[in-house]
Ligand binder design. Sequence first.
Ligand code: ADP
Ligand code: MG
Length: 449
Amino acid sequence: MYNIWDNVLASIKQKVSDTVFVTYFKDTSLSSSENGKITINVKNAFISKQLSSKYHSIIKDAIINTGTDVNELAFEISSNTKPKVRPREVINDVPEKISSKSTHFATNNVSSLKSEYTLDNFIVGSNNDLAVAAAKSIIDAPGKRFNPFFLYGSPGLGKTHLVQAIGNALQKKDPNLKILYMPTPDFYNDFVAAVRNGKGNEFRKRFQKLDCLILDDFQKIIGKQGSQDEFFDIFNSLYQLNKQIIVTSDRLPSQIETLDPRLSSRLAQAGAFDLQLPKFEDKCAILRAKADLAGADIEDEAIEYIAENVNTNIRDLEGELSKILLMSEVRGITPLELINNGATSISHTSKPRPLSSKQIIDKVAKFYNITSKDICGGSRVSNIKTARQIVIYLLCSELSFSTTNAAKEVGLKDHTTAMHARDKIAKDLKMDFTLREQIEEIKGQLYAA
Ligand code: ADP
Ligand code: MG
């Protein structure tokens, strides 16, 4: 026995982002199915509204794909979303069409790109403008200037969204293009399965036919030597044919342990692009766009509250917005009223507390195993000098110090030295993942309660 609704949900999950799935679909269930009228159980009116206005056709298609006729979709609100009718009663003789695990090559040129990830709904800010410019150039001329396109950044900052948006735009421009998006673990698993079944050659040939290969989360290749060699071969053959290769990772190739140095330098040869944490203004812009997209009303102050309080990543920002919109709808009050009532508690965030320059100096010194005196003395020993530069950078970025004041704090006479230090660290952060991790770690400790 199988459950039709599980299959419907599995297929919807392939099409929408994780946040949308969790917010709108996860807790739905099938209520009844009669003469082509399918009734779906949902938790509240907000979800019902969203599903019927925005996701109607996705749901309908997914149901049809299971081989069930549907003329009408209805939504029923119930706090208990357990199916009232047991699956067996609902599905009489529906053929089992969908296998639980569809392969990536089920159809020839349709990959698992989610249509929802587009450039139109990717908000451009100072945290991602270079990467977006490169993405546009790839859409104009795939396989040319930015090939391979290597995109890196911490989790939740938009890597998957941006590379899928490139895939979607290319597919729209030319529906005949063979584009494949694949998370790296799937690449590995498919590879292992192909080898096990003696189909290694077929596996390779399928890849070699592609016009664009998108491999997501490439850092997960760690320890998977066989698939690395395979990827290197595929990479070279696609590259020689000027086919576009897109790879994402949470770190630079040089920082992926055990990555073959040849592959590492090939991956970064057209430059590595990064996504950074959005600044306050970027966060507000993203939240506003997401709320508009959901057709939800939310006050500017509420947006600013969320932007100020979520300092982790864009995924959390989005999650928090959905939660507040949902709660506001359920309780029948506006998001700002909800916040002012203290009904929201933002959990995965570090609320900035006022910091002092001394705290920054002490924390950096401790982190690098030196003393605060070292930092404020004139030593030019390389690790001390770098720690001092980081302190200056943090004083400017976290406490909005002028370079003159930052210079004074660390015992420098000349503010141009401080300016140079601040700019150097800001620049290094763009390419040096280890440095970025260290500074994130220091900031985390500074803001930790
Ligand atoms: P990553 O792959 O880097 O972990 P994702 O691409 O999954 O991150 O992004 C996390 C969530 O944040 C997604 O829902 C995505 O749509 C959203 N997101 C990230 N960056 C942006 C942006 N610039 N504009 C709009 N949404 C964004
Ligand atoms: Mg991702």
